[in-house]
Design a protein around this ligand. Structure first.
Ligand code: NAD
Length: 243
């Protein structure tokens, strides 16, 4: 039994850096054709220069027209679209009492509307193929509350339920839909800059495997979810948090 992804066309949103870049790299290494979407053209040009993506499309996942046009470009270029990884996300934190309602909307726009809009755009393509995989970025924050994470945590909880509904709507068409919940993966989003050495050590001590997560830990899960090995898994939230 082995994972063969060489026939797949994979779209990764928020592929410009961090976990998304690592996912794009992992699929590229497995021989898939990788389409990178990101709101930042600068990050995409680095990805292109590094030879990780077969196609880079600047795209804001909250914008219906941009997303539809990106999906059309993919189908025109490759004739199919097998896997959508809704990885793009933002995190803005602050206690509810002082949190700006516009920032709340922004977090929900990228984290929830983005998943909705992009999934909606690929559904007709995947239905026509009779197969497809949609993989959504949720978070540990969808399950465990923490101070300041109301907008982010609530948005990721919404992603979990959207995943389940999509799974039940699309299962009859050979399409599976799952979500992954990373724990703490150091990067631009999760810098731990506010933690002193002692606080960081205490947090690390809470992890069963006693190491921080790496973007590659999430990428490996995505490879599994995109492969035939996971064909009977749908509507699931898979924890990739080190316990
Ligand atoms: P990151 O901030 O390093 O990267 C996010 C990428 O998404 C960036 O390249 C950014 O340009 C892009 N992006 C932002 N808004 C966009 C938009 N509107 N349209 C298209 N692209 C957009 O984040 P990361 O740490 O790599 O996290 C990736 C995903 O994993 C996110 O959904 C995040 O919520 C989730 N997650 C991360 C962690 C963690 O510890 N890093 C933990 C749990 C969940």
């Amino acid at each position: 039994m082995h994972i063969d992804l060489s026939h797949q066309v994979v779209v990764v949103t928020g592929a410009g850096r961090g976990i998304g870049r690592s996912i794009a790299q992992a699929f590229h290494d497995e021989g898939a054709r990788v389409v990178a979407l990101d709101v930042s053209p600068g990050l995409l040009s680095v990805l292109e220069a590094d030879g990780i993506a077969d196609l880079c499309v600047p795209c804001d996942v909250t914008d219906v027209d941009q997303v539809r046009s990106a999906v059309e470009t993919v189908v025109e270029r490759f004739g199919r679209l097998d896997v959508l990884i809704n990885n793009a996300g933002i995190n803005i934190e602050g206690p509810v009492e002082d949190f700006d309602a516009g920032l709340w909307d922004r977090v929900f726009a990228v984290n929830v509307r983005g998943v909705f809009v992009t999934s909606q755009a690929v559904i007709p393509v995947m239905k026509e193929q009779g197969s497809g995989r949609i993989i959504n970025a949720a978070s540990f924050a969808a399950i465990i509350p923490s101070v300041g994470a109301a907008a982010y945590g609530a948005s990721k909880a919404a992603v979990v339920q959207l995943t389940r509904v999509l799974a039940s709507e699309l299962g009859p068409y050979g399409i599976t839909v799952n979500a992954y919940a990373p724990g703490m993966i150091p990067g631009e989003m999760n810098t731990f800059a506010s933690l002193d050495e002692q606080a960081a050590a205490a947090k690390l001590d809470q992890l069963s495997v006693r190491r921080w997560g790496e973007p590659e830990d999430v990428a490996k899960l995505c490879l599994f979810l995109a492969s035939d090995l996971s064909s009977y898994i749908t509507g699931a939230l898979l924890d990739v948090s080190g316990g």
